[in-house]
Each structure stands twice: as structure tokens, then as C-alpha cells.
Design a protein around this ligand. Structure first.
Ligand SMILES: Nc1nc2c(ncn2[C@@H]2O[C@H](COP(=O)(O)OP(=O)(O)OP(=O)(O)O)[C@@H](O)[C@H]2O)c(=O)[nH]1
Length: 779
């Protein structure tokens, strides 16, 4: 009896999986998951409305419900004998996946880019015939120098802006790098869609801007002067200023940073026959305390390979689990704290499948929602692990209902999302979860070309005093080898040594393998795209070029923060500035730190990060902080060498933190302290003018009745006539029966003389008020 899985049927009949499940269930087939295998003929009848084959039609009764596929295939069904894995779980040799259709250029994506959206970045892509590759297969290499030149654009100065039209394909949602599917980069040419768009590097100089906008340098300088900015020919300009100038000259520009160029998806073209299945890369996300760490730990213990080796101590922020049928799953560790949102989001980008952990005794919580958003934004399939089902009060169905409200409907309820009940404590359901992940991976047809030059993503990096830069790279395409020349952003190296997640030395690392790499010259940022190039020279020059651009960008940013924001946008007047030198132990924390700072309201107090780096607080950090009047904030790092003494001498404040929120709280307080206090007004009384007396010495005396509150000498008053305020001033003298008094209360009469105002009339009223200064809160 030929069987087909639900997801295959969905493809075959061009129907959503949920619809297929619904129809099959309606026909009595009791389907629970996308991977459930059903009889082909029965399915055909159910999906096309043809008469049912005999098995069902004869008595109209549904067949005995099939066990859910996880149970059926892996032998987890109630009372089901565990079936031999080899024949039940997957074909021994997984079929080669069919090539996916090449996507059409996403015009909208590439061109307009609304406010805040990232326009596609590009680097020049030159087709080369890959040595030894099948005829007609093109390998695409990145040559960012050519990109900077760009067709038609003027040859930019070293590190200058790119000239011609961008030809990088639009970034796919979530930046997933699976396999190259773009054919002709030119097809994505943004200039074809927006012919007037000019691409400029962030950190461009006055000369660059003039050249690329096609406007004379004197005109640009004149314009800058009119905006209050004195600039020389070679001075770098901040993005804000470049944008203002472009607007002034009515030019449409796109400002691209070095990081964007370096991290933009590369274009690789792999022939279908070169693609091989690869392990899925999984990220576990979820609310604090819902059991992410416990689950990762529990899953780690199911690693048979590590088990044979006598258990492992995990060395890097990722590990692999080898199931006893030989299949492998890669897990990325992501910290659970909210401040690490940025890392988690990136985790999802290097990720094929996101597992969202929800505690069955707690249900959906804020970070669950956030995790779902990240996974959706990264366009990765989601598997929900309903954890802690061992606990009393566990309500797995409540979790399902709540997740449905977030748009994740369980397969067993006719939706598309796989839910697996697990307990990290008792290990219940872990095999089901691994199984489910592998099934999801099968549906995704995850493949990569293992024979290409390696490329991947930096997962974590740190500076080790003994070993130098220690960088964990998740290989996503090709095979990384000892001796390879590698570039990641502005950092390069020659792979000197590699070790796997168990700490074992390895010579190669293939697709979906996380490895710790030694040999980088400096520490790249987590999330940076790493790729192997022909040789050291190329690697060094690419990295150097990016470093140059970053330096110019930083210069421009500093200028922008210090001057242009204060002058060009001087409507902000009275702008205060808080300068910071940030140091953290790992790049992920640093980035989370920066992201949190960026979230602080900076309308009145501007936080400028003059330096953000990984590693201990050094003397040069202190010198920089002293020169820029900055505070040094360290996250999990301490002053090294004589940095502390130097800070004391220079009067530089060093603040150390181990929890990001604490640092942010203090920063908020500091910013609050820099806010000008607010003047608050309290009305303390009202008086009515009943009579007017003129006295030659003191002028007009208003004979008044205090109608409520009180009036005091020297108080502020607003004189109101016919509902309008005619004067706002002060009481000069306050008398009762010709006696000067300090205060008169409600119900009493008094004589009032206003300072510098004599035009008081009978029937006027006065509102007596006091002002006080209150500290402002950052809103
Ligand atoms: N009974 C029970 N307790 C669990 C289970 N999983 C985790 N816990 C407990 O729940 C608590 C939180 O678990 P963690 O693994 O630290 O949760 P987390 O989501 O990693 O937490 P953060 O790292 O703070 O985000 C710990 O006390 C665990 O022992 C489970 O399946 N059953």
C-alpha cells in the first residue's frame, strides 16, 4: 500500500498543509501532523472528492485511528513496540532534494525601502568558473573594491563611496543563508528600478559626497557653512549631514555601512548535484525560567556520540546531538535574558528551526511572544516545546490555546505548527522533540554544498590571553579547513586550529557544524559573516578595507554626535551629551548593551559611545575616556594593567556591571540628572478686586477679598479680566489695615500693589501661584 506524507500531499495538490489535514481528518483518516503518512489512494479520494476506496466506503466507518506520526515512526505510541529506527525514521540514503525554483527579483524590496527599512546593500559579484566544478556552474566571488567602483560611477578614493548601481540581490527575510539560489545578480539591479539612487558609503568625506552627488566641492562647503558646519575637503561627514546635503540638493541617496556590506548575503551558485543534506540548526527561545537551559542540557545528554566519549563539557555556544540512527542536530545556545534580544534574534538568523519553549504550568509570557516575533521575522519554522509537563498543574492544552492566539495553531488542531510535550526534568518527550525537529528539517530540505570554500556566521567570539581571538563559527556552506584564509567583517585570519563542541581538535568542519577557530587577528563581532578567500593577502586586504571604512564611519559618527546634531539640528538646543566607553567580555553582550542604550530616550541628553570593544578595560580606554570626558562602563570585565591607577589620576569614572539592566538603570539615572529641571506651578489662592485706591507714593492699590486659598507677599499673580490674562507679575506689597503683612488667608480683605503694573480695575480677579523646580524623569 503506497503511502504519502501530508506535506508531500500538500505540495502535490497545491493546498495548505492545514487544509490537507482538515480534509483527511474529515475523511476519517485521523491525521495529526504534517509528516503523517497516509494511504495515497485514500488521501486522493479525500482531497479530490473522488469516491472513497472500499476500505472506508464499504461501511462508512473511519479506519482505526492511525497513531500520530511521531509515535508511529519512532515507536513512541502507547503500547507500540519500538520499531527499528533505520527503516522507520528516514530513508537510509536521504533522497537528493529537488532544486527549488529560483526566486524572482523582489523589486519592492530592493528599491524603495521606506523609512527605517534597510535597502539592499551590495558588493560586486563577479562570476568565475569554479575550478573543477561542473560545466556552466558559476561560483560567485565577492570583490568589494569593484563594488566601490561600480559601473559608471567615478573611481572612488580608497575607502570612498561606491559609485554605480547596486547589484547585490535583495536580502532575504531574516538573512538566512541556505543555498545560493540567485542566478544573475544583475537582475536585482536596484538602479534599474530607481535610476536616480546614489549609493554612498557611511563615513564619506566632503570630497566623496561632492563627487558622487555630482556637485562642486565649494557648493557643498557653502551649504555646510549655512548649516553651521565648518568642513574641510577631507573631513568625514556623519550620515545625518550627508542626508541633509542630499536633501538640500534634491538627490536620492542610500548610505551603506561597511558592516552592511560585509554582512550582506553573499551570492553563491551551487549546482543541484553538489548539494547535500545537512543537519538542521536549531535555536531554543522562550520566556525566562521556562526551561531553555534545562532543555538544552537534557538534550545534550541524549548525544550518543558524546555519551560514548564519556560525556562532554561544552566548550562553545553551540553543540551537536548525534542520534543513534546517525542523524545529527545542531543546537545554538542563546541566553534567555531580555537584554539579549539582539543575540537571540541573530540566533534565529543562523537558525533553520526555532524551538519556542513554553512552560506548561505558566503559559505564554511576554518573552514567549517576543521569541515568536523573532522567529517569524527570521522566517524560520517554529516547533513549540511545551515544557514541564511533569509538574502538577501543567496545562499543555492551555499553552496550545494561547499559542494559537499568537498565530501558531497546533497540527493536531488542524494548524501547521508542531507542538511536543516535554519535560527537561524527566526527559519525557525529548526523543519526540528531536524526531520532530528532524522531520521539520526534512520538509525544509536543508542542503548545502560541502565542497565549496567555507562560509558561515560568527556565533560568539572572545579574546583569550593565551590563545588570542577565539571565534566560534557556524559553517553554513562548504568545508572549513586548517590553513584556510578567512575574513569576518574587518577581521581576518588563517585558520590555525579548530575544535568541535566537545573541545576535540578537528581538521575540517562541514555545513551546520559549529567550530571554535583560532587564528583571527582580532575579535570579530557575533553575527558577522565569515568566509574563506583565496589567500592571506586577499583576506588581509578585504579586512583592511573594511577596517578603514569602519574607522571613517566612526570618525563621522563622532563628529556627528558632537557637532552636527548640536548645530545642524539646533532646534534641539541645549543638547547635553553623555560620553561612554563600553567594554564587555563577549561581543554578544556588547551588542546587547549598545542596543539597550539605543533604546534610551535621547531627545535632550545624547549618549555618545566613543568606543565599544571586547576585552578588559585598558589604559588606552582610560586615555580615550579622559580625552572625551567619558564614563567607562564595563560589563563582566575589569581594568587590566595600570588602568585603574590611570583612571584615578585622570579622574575617569569606571563602572562595572554584571547585569545589563543594572547598567541601563544607572545610565538612565545619570541621564536624568543631566536633564534641566522642570518648573511646576501650583495655584495657591484666588482674590477678587473689590475697590481701587490711588496713592501718589505707591500707585494703584487694589482693595481685595481673598476668595480661596491664600495670598502671600512676593507671590506670583495672574491678573484676569473678562476671562483673559491681562498681566502676569508679582505682588509688591500686601497690607491689612495699613500694616504690611506676609500672608492673608481666604475670607479676609487686603490691599495689594503689583510690581510694575498699575492698570488694575475693579472686578478683576487674581490667581496667586507659586513655582517650584522638580527633577525630570526620562520618558
Ligand atoms: N519540574 C520541572 N522543572 C523544570 C523543567 N525544566 C526546567 N525546570 C526548572 O525550571 C527552572 C528554570 O529552568 P531554566 O532551565 O533555568 O530556565 P531558563 O528558561 O533557561 O531560564 P533563563 O536562563 O533564566 O532564561 C529551574 O529551576 C529548572 O530546574 C521541567 O521540565 N520540569
Amino acid at each position: 500500500m503506497a503511502k504519502k506524507r501530508v506535506h508531500e500531499l500538500a505540495k502535490q495538490y497545491d493546498m495548505p498543509t492545514s487544509e490537507v489535514i482538515k480534509r483527511l481528518n474529515a475523511a476519517g483518516l485521523q491525521v495529526k501532523a504534517a509528516a503523517t503518512a497516509v494511504d495515497e489512494k485514500l488521501a486522493d479520494a479525500a482531497l479530490t472528492g473522488k469516491p472513497k476506496p472500499k476500505a472506508i466506503a464499504s461501511n462508512g466507518a473511519a479506519k482505526k485511528p492511525a497513531a500520530p506520526v511521531l509515535q508511529q515512526r519512532a515507536g513512541f505510541g502507547h503500547g507500540t513496540a519500538r520499531a527499528p529506527r533505520a527503516e522507520n525514521l528516514a530513508p537510509k540514503t536521504p533522497p537528493k532534494p529537488k532544486a527549488k525554483p529560483k526566486p524572482k527579483p523582489e523589486a519592492g524590496n530592493g528599491a524603495a525601502g521606506g523609512p527605517g527599512s534597510r535597502r539592499p546593500t551590495r558588493s560586486s559579484l563577479q562570476g568565475e568558473r569554479a575550478p573543477g566544478s561542473a560545466g556552466g556552474v558559476r561560483r560567485v566571488v565577492i570583490d568589494s573594491q569593484a563594488a566601490r567602483r561600480g559601473p559608471g560611477g567615478p573611481g572612488g578614493p580608497g575607502g570612498g563611496p561606491g559609485g554605480g548601481p547596486p547589484n547585490r540581490p535583495p536580502r532575504r527575510r531574516g538573512g538566512r543563508r541556505r543555498r545560493g539560489t540567485y542566478e544573475e545578480p544583475v537582475a536585482q539591479d536596484v538602479s534599474a528600478l530607481k535610476p536616480d539612487l546614489i549609493r554612498l558609503n557611511s563615513g564619506s568625506t566632503v570630497k566623496d559626497v561632492a563627487e558622487y552627488l555630482g556637485i562642486g566641492v565649494p557648493e557643498i562647503i557653502k551649504k555646510l557653512m549655512s548649516l553651521g558646519e565648518m568642513a574641510t575637503l577631507t573631513q568625514t561627514l556623519s550620515d545625518d549631514v550627508i542626508q541633509v546635503i542630499a536633501d538640500e540638493f534634491d538627490k536620492e541617496i542610500e548610505i551603506v555601512t561597511a558592516a552592511e556590506d560585509a554582512n550582506a548575503d553573499p551570492t553563491f551558485e551551487d549546482a543541484d548535484e553538489d548539494l547535500e543534506p545537512r543537519p538542521p540548526v536549531i535555536t531554543i527561545m522562550g520566556h525566562v525560567d521556562h526551561g531553555k537551559t534545562s532543555l538544552l542540557d537534557a538534550i545534550r545528554q541524549t548525544d550518543v556520540a558524546a555519551g560514548e566519549a564519556g560525556g562532554i563539557t561544552q566548550h562553545i555556544g553551540a553543540y551537536q546531538v548525534h542520534q543513534d540512527d546517525g542523524r545529527v542536530t545542531t543546537f545554538l545556545d542563546t541566553p534567555g535574558h531580555e537584554a539579549f534580544t539582539a543575540m537571540r534574534a541573530r540566533g534565529a538568523q543562523a537558525t533553520d528551526i526555532a524551538v519556542i519553549v513554553v512552560a506548561a504550568d505558566d503559559g505564554v509570557r511576554p518573552q514567549t511572544r517576543e521569541a515568536v516575533d523573532h522567529a517569524k521575522a527570521a522566517d524560520v519554522p517554529i516547533v513549540v516545546a511545551v515544557n514541564k509537563v511533569d509538574k502538577e498543574g501543567a496545562q499543555p492544552d492551555r499553552v496550545r490555546t494561547e499559542m494559537t492566539q499568537l498565530g501558531l495553531q497546533p497540527e493536531e488542531w488542524g494548524g501547521d505548527t508542531m507542538f511536543v510535550d516535554v519535560s527537561a526534568k524527566t526527559k519525557q518527550g525529548l526523543e519526540d522533540l528531536l524526531e520532530g525537529l528532524q522531520l521539520t528539517a526534512e520538509i525544509e530540505e536543508l542542503t548545502a554544498n560541502p565542497d565549496a570554500d567555507a562560509s558561515g556566521t560568527v556565533i560568539e567570539s572572545k579574546l583569550d590571553p593565551g590563545r588570542g581571538a577565539v571565534v566560534t563559527v557556524l559553517v553554513q556552506r562548504g568545508t572549513l579547513k586548517i590553513g584556510d584564509a578567512i575574513v569576518a567583517g574587518a577581521h581576518w585570519g588563517r585558520v590555525r586550529a579548530m575544535s568541535d563542541y566537545t573541545g576535540k581538535r578537528v581538521k575540517t568542519a562541514g555545513p551546520s557544524e559549529p567550530v571554535e577557530v583560532l587564528g583571527f587577528d582580532t575579535v570579530p563581532e557575533a553575527g558577522e559573516f565569515a568566509h574563506v578567500v583565496e589567500n592571506d593577502r586577499k583576506a588581509r586586504s578585504l579586512a583592511g578595507e573594511r577596517a578603514n571604512r569602519l574607522k571613517l564611519e566612526q570618525q563621522a559618527r563622532r563628529r556627528g554626535n558632537k557637532r552636527s546634531l548640536a548645530t545642524i539640528f539646533d532646534q534641539r538646543g541645549g543638547l547635553n551629551e553623555l560620553n561612554l566607553v563600553l567594554k564587555a567580555d563577549v561581543s554578544g553582550s556588547l551588542e546587547a548593551f549598545e542596543d539597550e542604550i539605543a533604546k534610551l530616550p535621547q531627545e535632550e541628553v545624547q549618549v555618545s559611545i566613543v568606543l565599544a570593544g571586547v576585552g578588559g578595560i585598558t589604559e588606552s580606554d582610560i586615555n580615550l575616556a579622559a580625552a572625551s570626558d567619558a564614563i567607562v562602563m564595563g560589563f563582566n570585565v575589569r581594568p587590566v594593567g595600570d588602568a585603574r591607577q590611570l583612571a584615578d589620576r585622570e579622574g575617569v569614572e569606571i563602572r562595572n556591571y554584571s547585569v545589563i539592566y543594572r547598567a541601563i538603570e544607572e545610565l538612565r539615572d545619570a541621564m536624568q540628572g543631566m536633564l534641566a529641571p522642570e518648573t511646576v506651578e501650583d495655584v495657591v489662592g484666588n482674590i477678587e478686586v473689590r475697590e481701587i485706591f490711588r496713592a501718589s507714593k505707591v500707585g494703584t492699590i487694589a482693595g481685595c477679598m481673598v476668595t480661596d486659598g491664600k495670598v502671600t507677599r512676593g507671590a506670583k499673580v495672574r491678573l484676569i479680566r473678562d476671562g483673559a490674562v491681562v498681566h502676569d507679575g508679582e505682588i509688591g506689597s500686601l497690607r491689612r489695615f495699613n500694616e504690611d503683612v506676609r500672608e492673608v488667608l481666604a475670607g479676609f480683605e487686603c490691599g495689594v500693589v503689583l510690581n510694575n503694573y498699575s492698570n488694575v480695575e475693579q472686578g478683576d480677579t487674581m490667581e496667586v501661584y507659586e513655582t517650584r523646580q522638580v527633577e525630570r524623569k526620562l520618558t
